[in-house]
Design a protein around this ligand. Structure first.
Ligand code: ACO
Length: 429
């Protein structure tokens, strides 16, 4: 039987080393023993942007990027999107199993009864400029939650970790809706406990003078499915930020704000906003070929295309594309849908995109749905951050329980000047 080891010869010294292979990986700490002499620090792995470095073992989300597969705790994303609710999926990510009917009832009760935020948070929100970006307001107000729950800094007991989990999942839609209403100069709407997680979110966004807001069932379900699709995606940029920041022992509100900041960038959760702006700039199907030419010349990026892990069609994009039709049946169809379909059609046939394995990702069609629901582009990253909170918290909790994890602290390869002595100001040239 073949041995599960890697044999390496250091040609600088002629020495051979045997390195164990575990679960398809080598521990880079095993490279340290490869040294030219006692003064040598030992070999490091060099991997800017963690392209081929696993930072953790994780039992939460599985992606096979070549085959376009995504599972949460072993369940295919297609089945979850079809048969489960977002709150069931959030429970699954956090606790590892789908809830029983009783557990779901308790979990839903906890989330529903933690949606209120301290009244001072409204004053805090009021301090933002009228045209502040909703994602910036949300990041800041989630960070501000840590000032209301200082106990979250000290306790990591399981009941207490659960309490922070309920609070974050429950309050995120409230703060997001407050940020949205602040931008419009409209009064904040308080949560309605009779409604579902997404139904209540729509209520807090859109309720006007009616005594009871009734969410449109097709939109409520569509939002729920979008939330399921965005709930986790293993060690992406924002999840890595969550784990890295939380590894210092900081409270989960501060760590979640850091994860949200990472999500905000246009290469990550800000891509859905960038996609819509791009579709608006392209404007019509007639202008698609000219835009593709610009992309191929490196003058523009086809936002919503490409992924670090998927080198095949993103399974979430497939589900969202179908969902878009269901949403457009109850809203007016998006005039930009034809532009998106034409961009996708050309890109999937073009050698530039084919050879680089660039396919639509989760963000290519989600913005069109959000726009049809009446949401402005500034809300798109927010609509990503709300459901991803469950994923961030699941990853945080897994990290807390993992004895191999410590404060995250990468190494560097120093390329600066060798030691030198400073000259007095007058002697410098
Ligand atoms: N449009 C045009 N060319 C692209 C695109 C794109 N969207 N994405 C990648 N490429 C090209 C690159 O220029 C590069 O070409 P080269 O080999 O000739 O230099 C090649 O494809 C490989 O791309 P990388 O940037 O090396 O791939 P990486 O894994 O680092 O980046 C990323 C992945 C950031 C997602 C990238 O594809 C991108 O910028 N896409 C657009 C933004 C986007 O949609 N982000 C959302 C990702 S999904 C999410 O976060 C939820």
């Amino acid at each position: 039987m073949a041995s599960e080891t890697l044999t390496v010869t250091d040609n600088r010294t002629g020495k051979m080393y045997e390195i164990p292979i575990t679960l398809g990986s080598i521990g880079t700490m095993d490279l340290r023993k490869i040294r030219t002499g006692p003064e040598d620090f030992g070999l490091l792995g060099y991997d800017p942007a963690f392209v081929n470095t696993a930072s953790t073992r994780s039992a939460i989300t599985y992606i096979d990027g070549d085959r376009g597969i995504l599972w949460y705790r072993g369940y295919p994303i297609e089945q979850l999107a079809e048969q489960a609710s977002y709150l069931e999926v959030a429970y699954l990510l956090i606790y590892g199993e789908l809830p029983t009917a009783k557990a779901l009832e308790q979990w839903t009760w906890q989330i529903t009864h933690h949606t209120w935020v301290h009244e001072n948070l409204k004053k805090f929100m009021d301090g933002f400029h009228h045209d502040a970006h909703t994602m910036s307001m949300l990041i800041s107000s989630v960070a501000a939650l840590s000032t209301f729950y200082p106990d979250a800094k000290v306790s990591r007991e399981s009941g207490h970790v659960d309490l922070q989990t309920y609070r974050l999942i429950a309050k995120m839609p409230t703060l997001a809706a407050f940020a949205y209403r602040h931008r419009l100069g409209q009064p904040y709407v308080y949560p309605d406990n009779d409604l579902s997680y997404t139904g209540n979110f729509l209520n807090m966004l859109f309720r006007a003078t009616e005594l009871k807001y009734k969410p449109e069932p097709a939109l409520e379900r569509a939002l729920d499915v979008l939330f399921i699709l965005h709930a986790d995606h293993e060690q992406n940029c924002s999840t890595n930020a969550m784990r890295s920041v939380a590894s210092s022992g900081v409270d989960p509100y501060s760590a979640t704000a850091a994860a949200m900041a990472a999500l905000y960038g246009p290469l990550h959760g800000g891509a859905n906003e960038a996609v819509l702006r791009m579709l608006r700039t392209v404007g019509s199907t007639a202008r698609v070929p000219a835009f593709i030419k610009q992309v191929k010349a490196g003058e523009a990026k086809l936002m919503g295309f490409g992924h670090r892990v998927y080198k095949n069609y993103d399974p979430r994009a497939r589900i969202i594309k179908r969902l878009a039709d269901e949403v457009f049946a109850v809203t007016r169809p998006s005039p930009l849908l034809s532009v998106a379909l034409e961009l996708e059609r050309i890109a999937l046939e073009d050698e530039y995109f084919v050879s680089r394995k660039l396919y639509p990702n989760v963000d290519f069609y989600s913005g069109l749905i959000y726009e049809a629901m009446g949401l402005p582009v500034e809300m798109f990253p927010v609509l990503f951050a709300i459901p991803r909170t469950a994923g961030w918290l699941a990853q945080w909790r897994e990290m807390l329980a993992d004895p191999e994890q410590k404060i995250a602290r990468p190494r560097q390869i120093y390329t600066g000047p060798a030691r030198r002595d400073l000259l007095p100001l007058g002697a410098r040239v």
